[in-house]
Design a protein around this ligand. Structure first.
Ligand code: DGY
Length: 320
């Protein structure tokens, strides 16, 4: 089986594929592959391991209908038309679970950084603005005992809830399509409707998948209904919040601050007003970016493709 990988991934995942008898080609250039370029390259391959590559819409998939499998090296699957892949008989897999800790850590980091204005303090020091100890300046917000509202209580949301409850005794609310079973709900999180989540959370942390129902759900109306002084964190997908609405909410002081590991578009343009705001921390989509986690993701994606080579179904298949 000939496999094309859209970026360079952990060497042991590549070795695993090669040991299983696959021929592997990685896209070693730092340039972005356009959909058309990738489609033309893929004509010589049997399977794709996709990491950060272009959107694979219906047209893309129809032009790659010969593929035997697509393994995404991500938990999210918003970049691919799963219905079309299923209709064409191309199995698709993702890498759930292995990145939950690392991604929740980044949400946690942002929550803490925003509550104490950490990025802004750092910028001020770089500008030479550390003068004297002012007891009424540089004041942040306590997190101890506050209410954390999780939007999207999947693997990552659960880990974030656990960490926040353990570290700060935070009370956990969540909004999700399904409710947690008692076995899953070790932090005594309470399911609430979306409106209650907005109105009662001191911090809202977004961990949902990007679906039509979650696209732009954090809009002007949602930010307006959030608790005054609340913090908004998004470590899931940038399209879940409307950027202009978030900027307005921050400028008008409806909320205290925001921490974003994801933006729309990515990368965020250097002149974006959010980058100049004191209570905003932005990171370049590094949720799963630890050596250990990216290695586990690469290995999981490779194992999914090896299963196909061996005539088996992919362990993490997400197409029906
Ligand atoms: C994921 O796994 O979905 C991360 O956000 C990287 O895309």
């Amino acid at each position: 089986m000939r496999i094309f990988i859209t970026r360079v991934i952990a060497a042991n995942a590549v070795s695993l594929l090669e040991t299983a008898g696959c021929q592997v080609v990685q896209h070693e250039s730092k340039s972005e592959l356009s959909p058309n370029h990738l489609i033309s390259l893929l004509q010589d391959f049997d399977a794709l391991l996709s990491v950060g590559g272009p959107v694979m819409d219906g047209e893309f998939l129809r032009r790659c209908r010969h593929l035997k499998a697509i393994a995404l090296m991500s938990a999210g699957f918003d970049k691919i038309d799963l219905d079309e892949a299923a209709a064409l008989g191309i199995p698709v897999s993702n890498t759930p679970g292995v990145l939950s800790n690392a991604t929740a850590d980044v949400a946690f980091l942002l929550m803490l950084a925003v509550s104490r204005n950490a990025f802004q303090m750092h910028k001020e020091i770089l500008k030479g603005n550390w003068n004297f100890f002012d007891p009424m300046a540089n004041l942040g917000r306590d997190l101890e005992g506050r209410t954390l509202g999780i939007f999207g209580m999947g693997n990552i949301g659960l880990v974030m809830a656990r960490k926040a409850a353990a570290a700060f005794g935070m009370k956990i609310l969540y909004h999700n399509r399904s409710k947690l079973s008692p076995e899953q709900n070790l932090v005594q999180a309470t399911w609430v409707d979306f409106d209650t989540l907005l109105q009662e959370s001191d911090v809202i942390s977004v961990h949902a998948n990007l679906y039509p129902a979650t696209t732009g759900i954090f809009n002007r109306d949602a930010f307006r209904r959030m608790k005054p002084g609340a913090i908004f964190i998004n470590a899931a997908r940038g399209k879940i919040h409307e950027e202009q609405a978030l900027i307005e909410a921050l400028q008008k002081g409806w909320i205290w601050g925001a921490g974003l590991d994801v933006t729309n578009p990515e990368p965020m343009a250097p002149g974006n007003p959010l980058l100049e705001m004191p209570n905003v921390c932005v990171l370049p989509h590094i949720g799963s970016a630890t050596l250990e986690t990216r290695t586990k993701m690469a290995v999981m994606a490779a194992e999914n493709l090896i299963a196909v080579k061996n005539g088996l179904s992919m362990p993490q298949q997400i197409t029906p």
